[in-house]
Design a protein around this ligand. Sequence first.
Ligand SMILES: CC(C)(COP(=O)(O)OP(=O)(O)OC[C@H]1O[C@@H](n2cnc3c(N)ncnc32)[C@H](O)[C@@H]1OP(=O)(O)O)[C@@H](O)C(=O)NCCC(=O)NCCS
Length: 153
Amino acid sequence: MENSNLLIRHMREEDIPKVYEVERKSFPFPFGEVLIGNIFYAAPELCFIIERDKKIIGFLMAGYTPIPKRVHILSIAVLEESRGQGLGRKILTYFLNSIRKLGYLSVKLEVNIDNNKAIKLYEEFNFKIESKIRKYYQDGSDAYLMIRVENEK
Ligand SMILES: CC(C)(COP(=O)(O)OP(=O)(O)OC[C@H]1O[C@@H](n2cnc3c(N)ncnc32)[C@H](O)[C@@H]1OP(=O)(O)O)[C@@H](O)C(=O)NCCC(=O)NCCS
């Protein structure tokens, strides 16, 4: 997807360090660069980046689950200075359209129960809170497990 100087595309191997930088700046307990690489190598077709003027400013990485037709969003972030401009919504829309083409009908993710911004975004896309996972994060805070199921038609 191209929009003036904005581009959403599949992530490539050479993007790993830049994606890690966005991850590191976005989370108190970020995934390490090696883990980012492992997620990418496991399912590059489920990993996307958003760039402006050829600079990576956001990403979404997902992986497969043992449940048929379900994928797992493992991390999504937009650099702080670029938030609130609809980019999170854009990359999520792009991702959902892409996985639909691959035949995937449901998506799960975990989100900190205090992360109202992200929860609101996911609810807008019909993700529903399925359960609460106690002490999911390293600091002992809880997560919601959220799931979105698309009608099979
Ligand atoms: C969550 C995140 C990816 C959203 O990206 P973004 O580009 O800022 O999101 P958008 O601008 O597309 O906003 C989409 C929706 O998110 C919600 N949202 C965004 N900013 C918000 C704010 N300041 N307050 C409340 N809701 C907000 C709203 O529902 C918004 O829709 P609206 O503009 O119609 O109100 C981004 O905030 C981020 O990187 N956060 C840090 C990492 C993180 O928490 N990731 C999620 C882990 S599960």
